[in-house]
Write a protein that binds this ligand. Structure first.
Ligand code: CTP
Ligand code: MG
Length: 393
């Protein structure tokens, strides 16, 4: 898999929104726009570089944590991207460029952009058909042209590029400092730009009306059903020294594995149980049957994918999942981000948090005889609501 980075443009002031703080630091449903944008892209990519307003670099860093690189952006969007581009690691091959202002763009949209790059496209942009008839006008306010709407698209981010092409496009960006997206720079090089289906959620938050619309997309209505669930699992370490340890959808070299049906991934199993319990559709045993040969040796990721499908099929969306691993080893902290990313991808881009603890020498895990995990899940069945989304650049 090609190594991929995400650049998030977040250095704008948000003049049209009219807030005192820069737009990326404005709150939407309890989190800033940059946190929303970061958490939907970070599970998918190897590196995130954020262009922040110069006076807010430290503030943004404190919000997103150590794993992202935060640089001071420039005077225009293109200038901010160009600065961020210089901070991208040398081994990165694909780059997603995303606007913090499109805070609700989903992980699955980014995943589809990356997929198109992996299939050989060099520039990929998501877009939606335009519903209004669009006119071109002159400076006196008279119509000069009515383009055929069939061929018009309202363009969104994240946009994906091969690194080489994005570099070339930005070497030339001084000629087009007002470009409002990166694809425009690529087009001026005469390269092919592939359009894929965008999504209503990826609307650009420009005015306070847009912020209200985004809040409505995320927000709860009285008839939404929100449910929580819990799950626990534990397995003893194997007496077979060659058994591999699978935990949180990662393989842990140099650690002894645990006994058990399937791959023994206690974190994945506890999350499956929490999801089933939240949706009220049984538990791990009743869904995957300990005796069912289809699940013998199944990976934690495969079980999570299936559990998440079953929860979705019963009408729920997963809001977040939290898992705590209980045991003396392996040491989790050096691989926490990787674990979050692997679990999140298995669940289709859901927000995941991972923590770990020991039990003061007590019990199966404290005596070092095995590993346990406890998980909780929050899910929602939304009442049907129309989302009326316009677009602007
Ligand atoms: N952006 C940036 N650097 C700039 C200007 C804009 O990184 N010098 C980013 C913004 O933070 C935003 C995206 O580019 O995520 C799209 O820009 P826009 O929606 O226009 O945001 P602002 O420039 O902040 O808003 P306004 O134009 O209303 O001031
Ligand atoms: Mg702007």
């Amino acid at each position: 898999m090609a190594r991929t980075a995400a650049i998030i443009a977040a250095a704008g002031s948000g003049e049209r929104l009219g807030s005192k703080t820069p737009k990326a630091l404005v709150q939407l449903a309890g989190r800033t726009l940059i946190e929303h944008a970061f958490s939907s892209l970070s599970p998918l990519v190897d590196e995130v570089v954020i262009a922040a307003p110069a006076q807010y670099v430290e503030r943004v860093r404190s919000l997103v944590g150590e794993s992202a690189k935060v640089v001071a952006g420039g005077a225009t969007r293109s200038a901010s991207i160009a600065v961020a581009l210089e901070a991208v690691s040398p081994d990165i091959e694909f780059i997603l460029v995303h606007d913090a202002a499109r805070a609700l763009a989903s992980t699955s949209l980014a995943e589809r952009v990356i997929k198109a790059l992996a299939e050989g496209e060099v520039a990929v942009i998501p877009a939606l058909p335009v519903v209004d008839t669009v006119k071109s006008i002159n400076s006196e306010g008279y119509v000069t042209l009515t383009p055929d709407r069939t061929y018009l698209r309202a363009v969104q981010t994240p946009q994906g590029f091969t690194r080489q092409l994005l570099n070339r496009a930005h070497q030339d960006s001084a000629r087009n400092p007002d470009a409002t997206d990166d694809a425009a720079l690529v087009e001026s090089l005469g390269e092919k730009v592939k359009v894929i289906e965008g999504e209503a959620k990826a609307l650009k938050i420009t005015t306070s009306e847009d912020l209200e619309r985004a809040t409505a997309i995320l927000g709860l209505s009285r008839s939404d059903e929100v449910r929580s669930g819990v799950g626990v699992d534990a397995h003893a370490f194997s007496t077979d020294p060659n058994r591999k340890l699978h935990l949180a959808c990662l393989e842990w070299a140099g650690e002894v594995g645990v006994d058990g049906h399937s791959d023994g991934d206690v974190a994945a199993h506890a999350i499956c149980d929490a999801l089933f319990s939240a949706a009220g559709i049984g538990d791990l045993g009743s869904n995957f049957g300990v005796d069912d040969p289809r699940y013998a040796g199944a990976s934690g990721a495969a079980l999570l994918r299936e559990a998440s499908n079953r929860v979705k099929n019963s009408g729920f969306e997963i809001l977040n999942v939290s898992v705590q691993i209980v045991g003396n080893r392996p040491k989790l902290s050096p691989r926490r981000r990787e674990a979050i990313s692997a679990l999140s991808i298995a669940l289709g881009g859901v927000e995941v948090s991972v923590s770990a603890t020991t039990t003061d020498g007590l019990g199966l895990t404290g005596e070092g005889r095995g590993i346990g995990a406890t998980a909780s899940a929050l899910i929602i069945k939304r009442a049907t609501r129309d989302v009326n989304v316009g677009s602007n650049t």
